[in-house]
Design a protein around this ligand. Structure first.
Ligand code: PLP
Length: 486
């Protein structure tokens, strides 16, 4: 049934079997309801042990691809929704707008701390997925072994040990830098703001993805910048032809994109497009601020390359943090500002002066002793499984007209509803049922995503999540009252 496996260490044989079946199922060769070979047949076909075959089927079952039926065997369960969400017709690119942040963002996020709300709106890991104990140990060790430096101001560019580790991790995304090229920050937002300040002046226009993370609107607004929304297709990513046309007409001071596992669509721009983007902007001498906060959270075998890895002129300023992968509360982030390094360091000196010493030291230690790698392996696996379980529930509970993305990393599913359903109305109805979601309107400045919403799968799939998704499905089917605010 599936081709013979290559010679490989026993530990990875089950992964190979799992991946082959995943591929056969997602490409539709094996369809929902098809019976899989029995464990015994699989062992004979593949020349693998019974325990390897069993482990592979367990993995596929945990991811929601297959199900075991008592006394009958294993069957394909996965039924992804056909068709990805579409992109609404973009506005003309001749009218960049001064950014104003909608009250709606406040409304969506004011309930965040309420314990009885099932938060499907938060693009962050559930706390139970984070290595609390090991992080606490790293913090205790950092404070014990570097007591003096943890009490003192850190050098402006940031903790050297941490910067060395950041440079080491950058290699996997195709970047070669040293700690001298890295500046630490208070999370990714701080890095984005420092980089924006380094390359723009108030009144300038910055191109951003549409849809994009609403925090980017806040950053632009706080700096008095205008935004030009470049369509970002849920499957193919940023529309480079549109950007190329805009570059002919609008004077862009910078671009700020999330090319890898965008928030909210989860799309990853292919390598060829990342390269074209970098070359296109270099031609026009426009700096690119690359928000790579989700880059480590890939579901495939390899970390996607960054735009920065194609940058030959130092025009790409890469920003990231551990907020999505390890500890949002630590506020440890960084940037690789390329040719703007001196400017960014100067701006940091003039604002934050020094990043928080103990948290930087603890994260540096955590990276250094290999715990981060181990944790990331677990986290990626958990997120992939969660993504598939949520997608499966959407296929089961939501009406058939609903379209949803199939992300290969990150935290977000981008859901498109029929044009008769307003996402803000759904948001209010869901809140009454104690379910939090993020309506599409907050991901653009002109509310163009009225029929979309973002659903995050950062929390492990539980009965309560299952019940919430079932309720959401019912709400989408029911006729709703018109929206009272847009
Ligand atoms: C794309 C993107 N950039 C930046 C941030 C903010 O990151 P941090 O919490 O590290 O400041 C977020 C948080 O949701 C995000 O989604």
């Amino acid at each position: 049934m599936i081709e013979q496996l290559a010679e490989s260490p026993v530990d990875f044989l089950y992964q190979q079997v799992t991946e082959r079946f995943e591929q056969l199922i997602t490409t539709g060769v094996l369809k929902t309801g098809d019976k899989l070979p029995s464990l015994r047949a699989l062992t004979q076909e593949q020349g693998i042990s019974l325990s390897t075959a069993f482990r592979a089927y367990c993995e596929l079952e945990a991811k929601g691809f297959i199900e075991a039926r008592i006394k009958s065997g294993y069957y394909v369960r996965y039924a992804p929704r056909s068709g990805a969400p579409t992109q609404p017709t973009p506005k003309p690119w001749t009218d960049p707008a001064l950014v104003s942040v909608d009250d709606m963002i406040m409304q969506v996020y004011q309930n965040l701390s309420e314990k009885d709300i099932v938060q499907l709106s938060v693009a962050a890991p559930a706390l139970e997925l984070l290595p609390e104990g090991k992080l606490n140990k790293a913090m205790a060790e950092a404070v014990r072994t570097h007591a003096a430096s943890c009490l003192n101001y850190e050098v402006i560019q940031g903790n050297q040990r941490l910067r060395t580790q950041i440079a080491r991790y950058a290699v996997a995304s195709g970047i070669t830098v040293t700690e001298e090229d890295v500046v630490t920050t208070h999370g990714c937002m701080d890095a984005l703001v420092l980089c924006l300040r380094a390359v723009t002046s108030p009144g300038d226009t910055v191109a951003i993805d549409s849809p994009t993370y609403f925090g980017i609107f806040s950053a632009l607004q706080s700096l008095g910048l205008k935004a030009l929304e470049i369509p970002h297709h849920p499957t193919t990513g940023l529309d480079l032809d549109y950007l190329e046309n805009a570059l002919q007409t609008v004077r862009l001071a910078a671009c700020l994109f999330v090319p890898t596992f965008s928030n909210p669509t989860g799309t990853c721009l292919p390598d060829a497009d990342k390269k074209r983007l970098v070359e296109l902007l270099a031609e026009h001498r426009v700096p690119l601020i690359e928000d790579d906060i989700y880059g480590e959270l890939y579901f495939g075998r390899q970390r996607p390359r960054t735009c920065k890895s194609f940058d030959q002129r130092g025009l790409v300023l890469l920003c990231s943090s551990v907020s999505k992968s390890l500890a949002p509360g630590y506020r440890v982030g960084w940037c690789l500002p390329g040719q703007y390094l001196a400017k960014v360091v100067q701006l940091k000196r003039m604002t934050t002066v020094s990043s928080t010493a103990p948290t930087q030291a603890a994260i540096g230690l955590f990276f250094e002793n290999g715990r981060y790698d181990l944790h990331l392996r677990h986290l990626r696996k958990a997120l992939h499984t969660q993504c598939l379980r949520y997608t499966q529930a959407i296929a089961e509970y939501f009406p058939p007209e609903i379209k949803v993305t199939q992300p290969q990393g990150g935290y977000a599913l981008w859901v498109q509803m029929p044009p008769t359903i307003n996402a803000y109305t759904l948001f209010r109805a869901a809140l009454r049922e104690k379910i939090g979601l993020a309506p599409g309107q907050i991901f653009s400045m002109d509310g163009r995503f009225k029929h979309h919403f973002r659903l995050c799968f950062g929390a492990p799939y539980t009965q309560s999540i299952d019940a919430s998704l079932r309720t959401l499905g019912q709400l989408i089917r029911e006729p709703m009252e018109p929206p009272t605010a847009e």
